[in-house]
Design a protein around this ligand. Structure first.
Ligand SMILES: [Zn+2]
Ligand SMILES: [Zn+2]
Ligand SMILES: [Zn+2]
Length: 276
C-alpha cells in the first residue's frame, strides 16, 4: 500500500495568505517542505482522500493519472477537504472524455456533492454514496475495504475519518479530528492492526495549549498513540505520520522535525510518499 500526501495544511495553508506571523515569514523564507497546500492524499494511485480547492494544483504538480482514480472518500464538508463547486469540472465543456468517479461522504458533504451532480447533470458518470460512522464497505476496483469512524470535529460538517485495508495492509487517515471517541477504539480493534497512521496535528508541538477537541497536536497525538498501542491496534512497527498543519500551532517544518523524531513520528510535507 502506498499513500502520497498531496497537500498537508489546514484551511489557510502554510504560510497562510496575508499572514505576517513568525511561522509564516520563516516558512516563506525557507521554502521547500515548509510550504503546504490544503490537505489531500492519494492511496495506491486509485483512491483519493478529500477533494478541496487545491485539487487542480495537486493534479498539475504531481501529474495525477485520472484514468486510475475511481473513488474519493470525503472526511467532512469544511472547504479545505471538500470544495463542491469544483466537481463541475467533471461536466462538459470543462472536461470531455474521462472515466467515472464515485464519492463517499457523510450527510453534509453528500448533500453538497449530490446538488452539484444534479445541477450539472453528471448522474451517468459521477456518483455519491452516503456513509455513516460504523459502516464498513468495499470498493470493488482495487479491492479496498473501508471502515468509517466518527471524528471529534465540527458537528455541522458531519465529520468522519477512515481506516482503509488493501492486500492485508491497513492505513488510518485521521483528519480532521481531536482525540478519538471511545467507540472508535472498539471499531478499530475489530478492523485489525494498523500498518500506518496519519494523525491530525494542526496544533504542531502543542506548546501552551494541548489541542484536545476539533484538532490535535503532538501532545494529544501521543495520548492517542499510547491508547492505540494498549489496545493492540498499533505497535512499534506501525508508521506514524503527523499531518494537517497550521501556523497557529507555532512551529515551522524544521522546528518540528527533531521533536517529532524523538517520538518516532514523521512530519508530513507536500509530496511525501510512504509505502508499507
Ligand atoms: Zn481541515
Ligand atoms: Zn501566520
Ligand atoms: Zn475541518
Amino acid at each position: 500500500m502506498k499513500i502520497k500526501f498531496l497537500g498537508t495544511a489546514a484551511y489557510e495553508g502554510v504560510p497562510a495568505m496575508y499572514c505576517q506571523c513568525k511561522v509564516c515569514r520563516d516558512s516563506l523564507k525557507t521554502g521547500g517542505r515548509a510550504l503546504r497546500t490544503r490537505s489531500q492524499a492519494l492511496v495506491d494511485d486509485m483512491l483519493l482522500l478529500d477533494y478541496n480547492a487545491d485539487t487542480v494544483c495537486h493534479f498539475l504538480q504531481y501529474r495525477i493519472d485520472w484514468n486510475k482514480v475511481g473513488s474519493c472518500l470525503i472526511t467532512h464538508s469544511h472547504s479545505d477537504h471538500l470544495y463542491p463547486l469544483d466537481i463541475a469540472i467533471l461536466s462538459t465543456p470543462f472536461t470531455h472524455e474521462h472515466r467515472s468517479l464515485r464519492f463517499y461522504s457523510a450527510k453534509s458533504g453528500y448533500d453538497k456533492i449530490k446538488e452539484q451532480i444534479e445541477l450539472h447533470q453528471m448522474q451517468n458518470h459521477v456518483e455519491v454514496s452516503l456513509v455513516k460512522p460504523g459502516d464498513i464497505f468495499q470498493i470493488e476496483e482495487g479491492g479496498f475495504k473501508v471502515l468509517v469512524l466518527k471524528a471529534n470535529h465540527a458537528a455541522e460538517t458531519t465529520p468522519v475519518f477512515y481506516a482503509i485495508e488493501r492486500g492485508g495492509k491497513r492505513l488510518l487517515y485521521a483528519h480532521d479530528t481531536g482525540v478519538f471517541y471511545e467507540e472508535v477504539y472498539a471499531q478499530l480493534k475489530n478492523f485489525g492492526r494498523l500498518d500506518c497512521i496519519s494523525l491530525d496535528c494542526t496544533g504542531c508541538l502543542g506548546i501552551g495549549w494541548d489541542w484536545r477537541n476539533g484538532h490535535m497536536s503532538l501532545r494529544t497525538n501521543l495520548e492517542v498513540i499510547e491508547r492505540l498501542k494498549k489496545e493492540g491496534i498499533m505497535d512499534e512497527k506501525t508508521i506514524v505520520v503527523s499531518n494537517h498543519y497550521s501556523h497557529n500551532g507555532g512551529q515551522t517544518y524544521d522546528e518540528m522535525v527533531p521533536e517529532m523524531a524523538k517520538n518516532g513520528i514523521i512530519v508530513s510535507y507536500d509530496g511525501l510518499e510512504i509505502e508499507f
